[in-house]
Design a protein around this ligand. Structure first.
Ligand SMILES: *Cc1c(COP(=O)(O)O)cnc(C)c1O
Length: 417
């Protein structure tokens, strides 16, 4: 476990009991020691308005009916639970996939995007702003906004726009305006700051559609509620197919949305092992990876107190990962809580381990997974070696077509030479 995170067994049990009793987030938006709302004064009214609107609508039957209808008829839910027979034979355990790669736009991000866009309409918003790093959340937001007839502005770091040119084109085709962010680090962090600035300038007619389970309260909770459909479906599908829960479940952890969505329904099932897999990049030193839960320590980033990759002066450090979607120095506060409570194990997989897992899954199962997902696959493989014959489910967070430029430069370049 992360050496910066120290809780006694009694404290761990108390945190887990509070989580299981649904006491988090508390009135201050905290998940135990983590979370909260560390933002400039100017943002507080916008967040309070969002929280009040969310509490009014999110769990109402008519909202849930509309949301479920979009998920079923437009997103393509429920997504399949697929057996992976050849990987099972190769790894010596029974391997299953929860197929978020089959969801519209090719990943889990659409569950959150369409849910928040529906909420925005209920709250009377006239336009949506969103941030994007690799472009996947921008594409999901642009698609959801087109579907619901809302104008959409996506802030994207200028460097990312260059690296992810095909996704910029996709967003524009879907009718979104993509605004380059040239300040700060010119990547995801700067794009989030810019989207927040836009939102605060007109919070009554603008809605900020945040892409992962991070940021100030109530976003980590809102995103979890919208992604929890993944784990609810997977749990019911396991019971229907096997009459039993799996022995372990896996998901990759960037900001933490597909993983919290997969994990949430299973947290009370204490016999099910839950394992999150972060980006181990090139190595364990600061700057060589993006594994905040494995190596980070507590601090505030973008409105939220959580585990962060930072130097001894508290300066947020640059991260490194072959997968753009995991390349973020922070992580959602509920994961920091689940680590503190000892309920979820967090490990990492390196760039080369992820590439090998991607190749193995593609060849044996006919599924080209996203590079992000490949980290979870490596974690599952490692676990399978220690737990022969047991049953595991991996959240297949997305498909790998978007990663072709990276795969051309790595796996495919090697096999040519
Ligand atoms: C964005 C993305 C991730 C990482 O984001 P989370 O919020 O941690 O889920 C993982 N997999 C895919 C396919 C993605 O597009």
């Amino acid at each position: 476990m992360n050496a910066h995170v120290r809780f006694t067994a009694t404290e761990q049990r108390a945190l887990l009991d509070a989580e299981l009793a649904g006491q988090f987030p508390d009135a201050r938006g905290r998940f135990g020691p983590y979370g909260g709302r560390y933002v400039p004064e100017t943002l507080i009214p916008a967040l309070e308005r969002l929280e009040a609107g969310m509490r009014e609508h999110l769990h109402r039957e008519d909202f849930q009916r509309e949301y479920t209808d979009q998920l079923r008829h437009w997103v393509g839910r429920p997504t399949a639970l697929s057996h992976a027979p050849r990987l099972s034979a190769a790894w010596g355990a029974e391997v299953w996939f929860k197929r978020e790669d089959l969801a519209h736009t090719g990943a889990h991000k659409i569950n959150n995007a369409v849910g928040q866009a529906l909420l925005a309409k209920r709250l009377g918003a006239k336009r949506i702003v969103a941030e994007t790093g690799a472009g996947q959340h921008g594409v999901a937001s642009a698609a959801a906004c087109a579907r619901l007839g809302l104008p959409c502005v996506v802030y994207m770091g200028a460097i990312d726009m260059e690296r992810q040119a095909p996704n910029v084109g996709r967003m524009r085709l879907l009718g979104a305006e993509v605004v380059p962010v040239t300040g700060g680090d010119q990547t995801l962090r700067a794009a989030i700051d810019e989207a927040l600035r836009d939102w605060v300038s007109d919070p009554s007619s603008t809605f900020y559609l945040l892409g992962s389970a991070v940021g100030p309260h109530p976003y980590p909770y809102l995103v979890r509620e919208l992604q929890a459909v993944i784990g609810r479906e997977a749990r019911a599908q396991c019971i229907e197919r096997h009459g039993a829960l799996p022995d372990a479940i896996f998901a990759c952890v960037g900001g933490g949305s597909n993983s919290i969505g997969m994990f949430h329904a299973f947290v009370p099932d204490e016999q099910v092992e839950i394992i999150g897999v972060e980006a181990g990049g090139r190595g364990v030193k600061l700057g060589e990876n993006a594994a905040s839960l494995s190596y980070g320590w507590p601090g505030v980033l973008q409105g939220c107190y959580s585990l962060l990759l930072q130097d001894e002066n508290g300066q947020i450090h640059e991260t490194d990962s072959i997968s753009a979607g995991l390349d973020y120095p922070g992580v959602g506060p509920e994961h920091a809580l689940l680590l503190a409570a000892g309920r979820v194990k967090y490990e990492s997989a390196t760039d080369s381990e992820a590439l090998a897992a991607l190749q193995e899954c593609s060849r044996l199962e006919g599924i080209l997974p996203a590079l992000e997902t490949a980290h979870a696959l490596h974690g599952a493989k490692r676990w399978a070696a220690l737990n022969p014959g047991k049953r595991l489910v991996v959240c297949m967070s997305g498909r790998g077509d978007k990663d072709m430029p990276t795969l051309q430069r790595t796996i495919l370049a090697e096999s040519r030479s």
